[in-house]
Design a protein around this ligand. Structure first.
Ligand SMILES: Nc1ncnc2c1ncn2[C@@H]1O[C@H](COP(=O)(O)OP(=O)(O)OP(=O)(O)O)[C@@H](O)[C@H]1O
Ligand SMILES: [Mg+2]
Length: 270
């Protein structure tokens, strides 16, 4: 049955994730309400340990919530068996992990082609598509390199190429520019912007406030909850503007015109 076009891509209600038991019990997510529409580019910020990666893992079906409701494209995904979850991931979700996660025994081309294995694309086509996307990242000369032969920036670009090879509609990026210099960060961010312009939905965790100018919405988390949720003025549409990536957060925090709601603070603290 066709779904209404305006249905949110992601809808989470009072989502919780508990780790540990007894004295070690800890809520990494402690009541997250989040609705994401198709085509949003969301930057997620917040201090270390506030639950950003946990949230991305649950959105990407790599982990399950302890409590609450999660609808992906309008479907309840809580009770999916692992095979079904893997299928959804293979077709719809692209991950860019914090620690790259390239497979050490596979070369660059094989790493990038890997997600296509799960979506049933024939071998030759997989290699061709991986090769094409690597060209887009100016990495065609590195196709037969092993991961340990790449620089940090190259490794991250390979990881992004791999996340995009199956043309996912949702891209989840956990600090995609975390270890990169300013120039490499720009290349990665411009690439993500292009993907966003094609109508894809992006959720990106970042510690760098200057990168939020690429986003349409900025969410900050605190102690497993959404603390602020801000619609970004569309600075990123000014193509001539060169965004500073390495400067302090000062300019950003003084920016006017952003609409902020403090959704989670409305909830009574336990
Ligand atoms: N598998 C796990 N077992 C137990 N605790 C966990 C597990 N994964 C995460 N946690 C805890 O949950 C909390 C949130 O972790 P998470 O990785 O989501 O933080 P984060 O916001 O991504 O931090 P960072 O910015 O450092 O990456 C942390 O206190 C962490 O110790
Ligand atoms: Mg993290």
């Amino acid at each position: 049955m066709a779904k209404p076009a305006n249905k949110p891509v992601i809808k989470m209600t009072d989502l919780k994730k508990r780790f540990g038991v007894g004295d070690a019990e800890h809520y990494a997510l402690d009541g997250v309400d989040l609705t994401v529409k198709k085509g949003e580019f969301i930057a997620i910020m917040g201090p270390s340990g506030c639950g950003k990666t946990t949230l991305l893992n649950i959105i990407g079906l790599l982990d399950r919530p302890t409590d609450g409701e999660y609808l992906l494209d309008g479907d309840n995904v809580e009770d999916l068996r692992s095979g079904q979850a893997a299928k959804i991931r293979a077709h719809r979700i692209g991950f860019i992990f914090q620690n790259f996660n390239l497979i050490e025994r596979l070369n660059v081309l094989e790493n990038v082609a890997l997600p296509l294995t799960y979506s049933g694309v024939p071998h030759m086509k997989r290699i061709q598509r991986a090769s094409d996307i690597l060209k887009g990242f100016h990495l065609q000369e590195r196709e037969y390199y092993m991961p340990w032969q790449l620089s940090g920036g190259q490794t991250q670009r390979v990881a992004i190429a791999r996340a995009l090879v199956n043309k996912p509609s949702i891209i989840l990026a956990d600090e995609p520019t975390g270890n990169l210099d300013s120039k490499s960060s720009h290349i990665i961010m411009e690439e993500l912007s292009e993907i966003h312009k094609k109508g894809n939905t992006i959720l990106m965790v970042t510690h760098n406030p200057n990168l939020t100018t690429y986003a349409t919405r900025v969410i900050t988390m605190l102690d497993g909850r959404i603390d602020t949720d801000t619609a970004e003025p569309k600075l990123h549409e000014n193509k001539n503007e060169k965004r500073p990536l390495n400067k302090s957060a000062k300019q950003k925090s003084s920016k006017k015109g952003a609409k902020t709601t403090k959704s989670s603070r409305r909830k009574a603290k336990k």
